[in-house]
Design a protein around this ligand. Structure first.
Ligand SMILES: [Zn+2]
Length: 142
């Protein structure tokens, strides 16, 4: 999974601004790499609540690049985040995320507790709660 964050970093590393570090601390290269890893981690473990992965990561790292690189940075981020999402969506459903956490349906039952059935990979709801995914699509479209 982290091949995606490393690829983003590798493609962009040459354009990262030189840092001014009066107080030490992590440099720009490390910050960019960490931000890429964090975005991929979130995509791998919390995909259905991560609405705009490209925009989020781009906003996190754009300050480390010069004005002239912004468009390219956006394109690279978008390309790899799309790859990562497609790759995740193609993984077989086994009830666990890539870090071994048990997946649970996103719905809340009538008793107010979390539904604990295994969700379908494309929308994160179990078979009995598929109607919730449909309403969600309607809300997004509206
Ligand atoms: Zn459910």
């Amino acid at each position: 999974m982290y091949q995606f964050s490393r690829s983003i970093y590798r493609e962009l590393a040459g354009e990262i601004l030189e840092d001014q570090r009066p107080n030490g601390g992590p440099g720009n290269h490390e910050r960019v790499l960490r931000a890429c890893e964090a975005a991929i981690h979130r995509l791998a473990t919390d995909r259905h609540y991560f609405a705009k992965p490209t925009k989020t990561l781009f906003n996190d790292i754009r300050i480390y690049f010069p004005m002239a690189s912004q468009r390219r940075v956006y394109c690279v981020v978008h390309r790899y985040m799309t790859f990562a999402e497609e790759w995740l969506a193609s993984q077989p459903l086994n009830g666990y995320d890539l870090e071994g956490n048990r997946l649970e349906c996103r719905a809340t039952t009538r008793r107010g507790t979390a539904c604990q059935r295994v969700p379908l990979p494309h929308n994160g709801y179990c078979p009995s709660h598929q109607h919730l995914a449909e309403t969600e699509d309607v809300l997004v479209a509206a």
